[in-house]
Ligand binder design. Structure first.
Ligand code: SAH
Ligand code: SF4
Ligand code: F3S
Length: 451
């Protein structure tokens, strides 16, 4: 960071400007955008109140599925005319997509108005890239492909919300699920040191944050240089803030030790996102997931035994190469047995460079779509039944902010992660309230604060 300090000062001396960051993809990218915003603000930039006002626009991209990628190309393309009218506008593209084989070159060739391009491994070098672009007027490109690049600590951040915050505990992924591009664009697994994580959590607590979500592609394989594993990390962080959540957990690494830590620790929310991907053992095998449907369901049972009200959600891919009607039926059955509170369902998307892209029997799109509709309809019914069971109960809700749908209501979450729209007097973000649940919608609950 010291090297970047000089570049920051040089950019700041040019008078700053207004920035907009457009973020795609998962929480990792959302967290990275907070760092990018932090760096920009240290260089004298302020957030733009509208796209028109921005003097610097940065796209933080995702490439996990084809549609994410198409949206990026489309939205970057929209700036072509704007840049012609206003050549001083700075356009940057960063994130996972730039880290993909050949993607940066393709973008650079098709979008000559893009000024700065960098990958996920070069985030902290934004000051250098921006400085050189502004001083020399030449396009800056920096995509480091060292999958083991060390973690940059001590970066600034502008947090999205005052109540809850994301905290990275590790970067990268070593699992190489056969459909997934993430290990290629985010590199090998690297864990942050417990003291750095604790320090960040304590700073957030001091700033008034009530809930932190620990982030990693597979938090269960967190391992610090001193041997600290994920359950110990949770024990270390317990009590620093009132609520701790984490994602994502890989079923193959979910240990008994973690389940007991979750059950015992008062700050750790009883909520788990546990992607299953498929209910067919044959498909799971080809996905390289390293568990069977039976093993997965045994985990679900163990979790519910240890934490009866635990909120469970999952990710499911429909139409993986070679998925037969029978395989899909197995997924439908697993979904019924697991009774998730919610499920994110995705059409399989072929990613160049992954093993699954080379597999025979790619499933035609119409069949995939017909299957996913059946799965969504079934899960919607289960979600509705699970939400309806909350009506009449009292829940402890952490208020996050104003409800986006209803101007007069607030939005908060139960310990198990379900969104609650609530009304009542003298409510402020950050309040932990007892809320009487009065009704249930498709994805949210509605309630009133107990007087
Ligand atoms: N590390 C996390 C999340 C990875 S990406 C995990 O292991 O769960 C989030 C989700 O995107 C995955 O769980 C998977 O369901 C989905 N996904 C990843 N690659 C995909 C692809 N090629 N096609 C469709 N869905 C995909
Ligand atoms: Fe992708 Fe699998 Fe790693 Fe998740 S665990 S990021 S799905 S390779
Ligand atoms: Fe997308 Fe990168 Fe996340 S590919 S899902 S933004 S790790």
């Amino acid at each position: 960071m010291d090297r970047q300090r000089g570049f920051m000062d040089r950019v700041a001396a040019m008078g700053g400007g207004r920035y907009e960051i457009v973020t795609y993809g998962c929480q990792m990218n959302a967290r990275d955008s907070e760092t990018l915003a932090g760096l920009l603000q240290q260089m004298g930039y302020e957030p733009a109140r509208s796209r028109e006002e921005a003097t610097l626009i940065l796209f933080n991209t995702c490439c996990v599925r084809d549609n994410a990628e198409r949206r990026v190309f489309g939205n970057v393309g929209h700036l072509r005319a704007r840049k012609r009218e206003d050549p001083r506008l700075v356009v940057g593209v960063c994130g996972c997509m730039m880290q993909q084989d050949g993607a940066a070159e393709r973008l650079l060739a098709s979008a000559p108005f893009v000024d700065i391009v960098f990958g996920t491994g070069s985030l902290h070098r934004l000051p250098e890239l921006l400085c050189q672009y502004l001083e020399e007027g030449r396009r800056q490109v920096l995509v480091e492909t060292d999958a083991r690049a060390p973690i940059a600590e001590g970066l600034p951040a502008v947090r999205q919300s005052g109540v809850q915050a994301f905290v990275n505990i590790m970067f990268g992924c070593d699992n190489f699920c056969s459909y997934c591009i993430v290990p290629y664009v985010r590199g090998r697994e690297r864990s942050r040191e417990p003291r750095d994580i604790l320090h960040e959590a304590e700073q957030l607590a001091k700033a008034g944050v009530k809930e932190i979500t620990l982030l990693g592609q597979n938090v269960n394989s967190y391992r610090a240089s001193d041997g600290t594993g994920f359950p110990q990390l949770l024990r270390l962080l317990d009590g620093v803030v009132p609520r701790i959540r984490f994602m994502t957990s890989h079923p193959k690494d979910l240990s008994d030790e973690l389940i007991s830590a979750m059950a015992e620790l008062p700050s750790v929310c009883k909520q788990l996102h546990l992607p299953v991907q498929s209910g067919s053992d044959a498909v799971l095998e080809r996905m390289n997931r390293r568990y069977t449907a039976e093993k997965y369901l045994a985990l679900v049972e163990k979790l519910r035994e240890a934490m009866p009200g635990i909120g469970l959600s999952t990710d499911i891919i429909v139409g993986f190469p070679g998925e037969t009607e029978q395989d899909f039926e197995a997924t439908m059955e697993l979904d019924r047995l697991a009774r998730y509170d919610s499920a994110y369902t995705f059409l399989y998307s072929k990613r160049r460079g992954t093993r699954a892209a080379e597999m025979p029997d790619q499933v035609p799109e119409e069949i995939m779509k017909e299957r996913i509709y059946r799965l969504i309809a079934q899960q919607e019914k289960i979600t509705a039944e699970k939400l309806a069971a909350f009506v009449g109960t009292e829940q402890q809700v952490l208020v996050e902010g104003a409800s986006t749908r209803d101007k007069k209501a607030w939005m908060g979450r139960t310990d198990s992660g379900i969104a609650v729209n609530l009304t009542g007097k003298d409510i402020r973000p950050g309040d932990m309230l007892q809320v009487k649940i009065e009704s249930a919608g498709a994805n949210t609950l509605r309630g009133r604060r107990e007087e």
